[in-house]
Design a protein around this ligand. Structure first.
Ligand SMILES: *[C@@H]1O[C@H](CO)[C@@H](O)[C@H](O)[C@H]1NC(C)=O
Ligand SMILES: *[C@@H]1O[C@H](CO)[C@@H](O)[C@H](O)[C@H]1NC(C)=O
Length: 136
């Protein structure tokens, strides 16, 4: 942990807090990109914008979705050095992708708004419990 913290501080000093993005590298296999997407979306990234019909769904390529996923992860990880790596499939970049769809804006800083309403969670009590007592 000390080594990690030292590295963190070192990089925090060398890198200023200007806009920085995390993008998937070119020339990475789709399987690796998908792994990065799955990991990012399963942890810190907000991947709703790359779902079907969402602003960042287009261009509908694994590379483009990977860019969104790792960047969202990276920003939500507060740009901690090392959080833009994904086993070497991603790296930091001073610019966002140039081919973004309309309305798709890559965040370049940690979003302070932690508004992620669990909209898909149904209200409790809608399912009538019908003899939930296990009979074993
Ligand atoms: C990124 O991940 C690879 C593979 O796990 C590792 O070898 C490399 O040192 C990492 N790079 C950074 C900057 O953490
Ligand atoms: C209650 O459970 C029984 C047996 O599983 C089922 O046949 C019945 O349709 C259920 N009733 C409701 C209201 O879910």
């Amino acid at each position: 942990m000390n080594v990690f913290l030292g590295l963190l501080l070192l990089l925090a000093f060398t890198k200023s807090s200007s806009a920085i993005y995390c993008l998937c590298k070119d020339g990475i296999g789709e399987k690796e990109l998908q792994t990065a997407i799955d990991y990012a979306c399963g942890t810190l990234a907000d991947c709703n914008p790359i779902h079907d019909k969402a602003p960042c769904y287009q261009p509908n390529t694994i590379k483009s979705h990977c860019d969104w996923a790792v960047n969202s992860y990276f920003q939500n990880a507060a740009q901690v050095p090392g959080s833009c790596n994904f086993s070497g499939t991603a790296t930091t970049n001073p610019n966002p992708p140039s081919n973004l769809g309309t309305g798709c804006i890559f965040p370049s800083s940690p979003s302070s708004s932690t508004r992620s309403p669990p909209s898909t969670t149904p209200p409790t009590g809608t399912t009538p419990s019908n003899g939930t007592t296990p009979s074993n």
